[in-house]
Design a protein around this ligand. Structure first.
Ligand code: HEM
Length: 319
């Protein structure tokens, strides 16, 4: 090793050790290093692939914004699920780790809510109303990651439609609970029992995956993880506040900004609401005060649950 700096020689020795321990030959790996190209930014983040994924169906320029923003949201959803997995998979869940992960998820949802203006103000209404017709019967309703965020957060019984939720407390199978989640009911004609095409397609593609995940997460959702903590840990105010903030960030604030887009585009002055691409009765389906979904019900008072998201509906009605 003559002429080689001692710290480099030491690194080579450590590398030799590392490769020997796994039965590998250091010389071959050094050859690989010699021939390897330098990494570039564009290869590392797969920029060309990423930028090839925005493919409008119409010639309206604003459709690209619509696609791009949905994709941005799905990437954030992926990061959110990444944090949720770490909470539910932690072998020993410390309060500080729990809070740290929740804060990251809250941060992502805040970014999403704060950027929703890209949808509300960032597209021409006339263009939107036209290009959306080329997207039927697709709808953000079919975002499987949004549904996974719900499934990770809370037992399915808290996602059952509010009108029948109390009948489903305890002892119901995952399959039965899943059949009655709020979003399936929202996309079903209750008189005929007919499901929208949007829902039928969504079910065909994802039911098995959702059921597998819900079964795997049985008694292991984020809410379960909280409930399994020691009395002292459960009393931690910062943790309780983080869970409450997350609950409102998803089930009130994000829903509200999202409805703002439906309001802007689908309601014309003095006219009835236009049908949604996913075919729900969206004015009834979307508002938090109608859905009444809370991931962590124990953390809210009866009064707070009763008033869930209500202030918004009152504001809208009096406008
Ligand atoms: C101009 C923009 C948008 C409008 C007008 C709009 C409209 C709607 C409507 C009317 C629904 C009800 C289901 C239906 O019948 O189609 C819905 C559901 C939904 N949309 Fe959007 N949306 C917009 C943007 C987005 C974006 C950017 C996302 C991000 C992924 C998204 C995700 C969702 C989700 C997750 C649902 C289901 C909500 C729930 O179950 O509570 N939407 N949307």
């Amino acid at each position: 090793m003559e002429g080689i700096a001692p710290e480099i020689a030491e690194k080579v020795r450590q590398l030799g050790e590392k490769f020997k321990n796994s039965g590998q030959d250091l010389g071959s790996y050094l050859d690989g290093l010699l021939y390897d190209k330098y990494l570039t930014y564009w290869d590392y983040i797969h920029l060309d692939t990423l930028l090839s994924l925005q493919n409008p169906k119409t010639h309206f320029p604003d459709e690209e914004i619509f696609i791009g923003y949905h994709q941005i949201t799905e990437i954030y959803f992926k990061l959110i699920i990444h944090e949720q997995k770490q909470i539910v998979e932690a072998e020993e869940l410390s309060v500080s780790f729990f809070i740290e992960k929740l804060n990251r998820i809250i941060r992502y949802f805040r970014i999403l809510a704060n950027s929703f203006d890209v949808m509300i103000r960032g597209m021409e209404r006339e263009q939107f109303l036209k290009f959306r017709m080329a997207l039927l019967p697709a709808s953000g309703f079919q975002s499987a990651q949004f549904r996974m965020i719900e499934i990770f957060s809370t037992p399915l019984e808290n996602l059952v439609h509010t009108d029948i939720r109390e009948n489903f407390r305890n002892h119901k199978s995952i399959e039965e609970l899943f059949e009655n989640v709020y979003w399936k009911r929202g996309a079903t004609d209750l008189e005929t029992g007919e499901k929208t095409l949007t829902l039928k397609q969504f079910e065909k593609k994802y039911t098995n995956r959702f059921l597998r995940s819900a079964n795997r997460l049985k008694q292991n959702t984020i809410y379960d993880k909280f409930q399994q903590l020691s009395v002292e840990d459960k009393d931690n105010n910062t943790l309780r506040e983080a869970l409450r903030t997350l609950d409102t960030a998803v089930n009130v604030n994000w829903l509200l900004v999202h409805i703002g887009a439906a309001q802007k585009y689908l309601i014309a002055k003095n006219k009835a609401a236009a049908p949604a691409t996913g075919g729900t009765n969206w004015k009834q389906f979307l508002p938090p005060s109608f859905q009444r979904i809370t991931f962590f019900p124990e953390l809210w008072s009866e009064e707070e649950l009763k008033e869930w998201g209500k202030h918004w509906v009152e504001e809208m009605i009096t406008q």
